[in-house]
Design a protein around this ligand. Structure first.
Ligand code: SF4
Length: 274
């Protein structure tokens, strides 16, 4: 049992009408989001626009609602899905955020999907996925991707205050790989000057953990991203906001080249979206 998160955040409950939504994510037909909101509270979260559909007035990152009827709705919806359907868990929440330890909506979702001829990709920043290891092993086609944008624990706490420590994520990646489950790491978004500081140890660490695939994405300054991201970056290093203004145009491409080269040398797959 993972004990990284305690005490558990408060969690509301809601009834959903649907649980599989068409996915805009390349390679995935549908997304499943077992929760609304996410207490990982990442400073660079792109899902913050979901606030307006959540019915909450509190800031994004401070609330979460469990879709308590999601498993029952899923049983109904999977009957319409063809074999080979690819499912992404999750696109606008973290399926293993702390309240999963109480509600187990993600686990019950996976129990329904396990015997079906679908391809499932889990995306998380939480070591809590470890609790479902035996269930994950029963899938024919499943992968687990951890987002890691820095190997530096202090920087990660500033950027992703509610998520598992990096050491925990890497430990669980190794556990999953040793159990024969396909694992990947998403370095995304690349945080200027933060990701690069620990990039070598990040890459070495995940290679040692048996990760076979790395994905990489740029930082997209959509909406009011800077409102949360810049204070977090300032907390890491007060000089960063000023340095950001002078960021070389090909900065992200340089990072991408380093990662591609590393992966080539270790025979790891690399997909850069930069
Ligand atoms: S884990 Fe994902 S959904 Fe949750 S706050 Fe972080 S970026 Fe947003």
């Amino acid at each position: 049992m993972n004990t990284a998160h305690s005490p558990l955040p408060r969690c509301g409950e809601k009834i959903c009408r649907t649980i599989m939504s068409p996915s805009g994510i390349p390679g995935s037909d549908y997304s499943i989001n077992p929760y609304t909101g996410c207490t990982h509270a990442c400073a660079y979260c792109y899902a913050r626009y979901m606030q307006r559909y959540s019915g909450h007035r509190e800031p994004w990152g401070t609330f979460v609602d469990a879709k308590v009827n999601a498993p029952a709705v899923l049983v109904r919806e999977v009957r319409r899905m063809r074999p080979g359907t690819s499912i992404f868990i999750s696109s606008v929440t973290d399926p293993y955020q702390p309240v999963e330890a109480r509600y187990r909506i993600t686990r019950r979702t996976l129990e329904i999907l396990a015997p079906l001829p679908f391809s499932v990709g889990i995306h998380t920043k939480s070591a809590l996925v470890e609790d479902d290891l035996d269930l994950l092993r029963s899938f024919r086609d499943i992968s687990v991707t951890f987002t890691i944008v820095t190997a530096d624990e202090r920087s990660a706490r500033c950027l992703e205050p509610g998520a598992s420590p990096i050491g925990e994520r890497v430990r669980v990646l190794k556990l999953l790989a040793d159990a024969g489950i396909a694992t990947a790491v998403f370095i995304g978004p690349v945080i200027p000057y933060v990701t690069e500081r620990s990039l070598d140890s990040l890459l070495e660490g995940i290679a040692l953990a048996g990760v076979r695939e790395v994905m990489l994405d740029d930082l997209h300054y959509a909406g009011r991203l800077g409102d949360r991201l810049f204070p977090a970056m300032r907390a890491i290093d007060s000089s960063l906001p000023a340095r950001l203004r002078a960021l070389p145009q090909d900065y992200s491409q340089q990072i991408s080249r380093i990662v591609l080269e590393f992966c080539r040398s270790r025979h790891m797959r690399c997909r850069s979206f930069i």
